[in-house]
Design a protein around this ligand. Structure first.
Ligand code: KIV
Length: 278
């Protein structure tokens, strides 16, 4: 198994021009497969709420739900660099709450770092968390927890003012002590500029090819979440139809007594009925 990456390794990858891969994970089985496939970082994203827990947005996700799933990811991938995503309302209420909740990811779930959404407005919180020993990944552009305030799930930073604000947010987060930045749903040229203007790695999702790395929701990449597929997603395989087909075959086999067959059954004395006196 590859050695668990450190923040120094991740920063060095940007310097050396080596692209960084990150994928979401929510359970031990998937985390183990992703780690075996040599992904650089696993993100226990609050997308958990939508792709696994069946909520309509990420807003209802609780700290306890995140810790439960982050712990499973850690157990499934002991050698992976794991980032826990701070849910809505667990850091926006002040530095003290942010430190208490962020520490839970490290102490109870064994995460290496946390991620939180926001720009300039969260910088003081980021600095306080870093000073408290919690490594922080920022997240700007389309921030799903506050998508309603941004006019919905749409591309951010399209006009000059909005683009300028995002460059400032990125610089401020770096200065505040963030070790990396997720850039979500922004024009690719803005993704390039922010990546060039910051010394910390940018991890893009719908932010173009010039970012220092990329992240996707694993259920999207594997074609397991059919409810909504954002335009920036590349679906590498279609597991949902494969799963449905397999389950339909199973149903058929059971209903036609074709399963279990001999290969899936245990034999006993051929005269068991009489041996039991029945
Ligand atoms: O929650 C999540 O999965 C995320 C990624 C999309 C970056 O924040």
């Amino acid at each position: 198994m590859a050695k668990r990456k450190t923040i120094a390794d991740i920063l060095a990858m940007k310097k050396e021009g080596v692209k960084i891969t990150m994928l979401t994970a929510y359970d031990a089985a998937m985390a183990s497969m992703l780690a075996a496939s040599d992904v650089d970082m696993l993100l226990v994203g609050d997308s958990l709420g939508m792709v696994v827990l069946g909520y309509d947005s990420t807003v209802p996700v609780t700290m306890d739900e995140m810790i439960h799933h982050a712990g499973a990811v850690r157990r499934g991938a002991p050698g992976a660099f794991v980032v826990g995503d701070m849910p809505f309302g667990t850091y926006n209420s002040g530095k003290r709450d942010a430190i208490i909740n962020g520490s839970r990811f490290l102490k109870e779930a064994g995460c290496d770092a946390i991620k939180l959404e926001g720009g300039l407005e969260v910088c003081e919180t980021v600095t306080a968390m870093v000073q408290a020993g919690i490594s922080v990944m920022g997240h700007i552009g389309l921030t799903p927890q506050t998508a309603t305030q941004l006019g919905g799930y749409k591309v951010q930073g399209r006009d000059v003012e909005a683009a300028k604000k995002l460059v400032e947010d990125a610089r401020a987060l770096e200065k505040a002590g963030a070790f990396a930045l997720v850039l979500e749903c922004i024009p690719d040229e803005l993704g390039r500029i922010i990546s060039e203007e910051t010394g910390i790695p940018t991890i893009g999702i719908g932010a173009g090819v010039h970012c220092d790395g990329q992240v996707l929701v694993t259920h999207d990449l594997l074609g397991m979440f059919e409810k909504f597929i954002p335009g920036f997603v590349k679906t590498y395989c279609k597991l949902a139809p494969t799963i449905k087909e397999a389950v339909a075959d199973y149903n058929n086999d059971v209903r036609n007594s074709a399963f279990p067959g001999e290969a899936h059954s245990f034999s006993s004395e051929s005269d068991l009925r009489s041996l039991l006196g029945l």
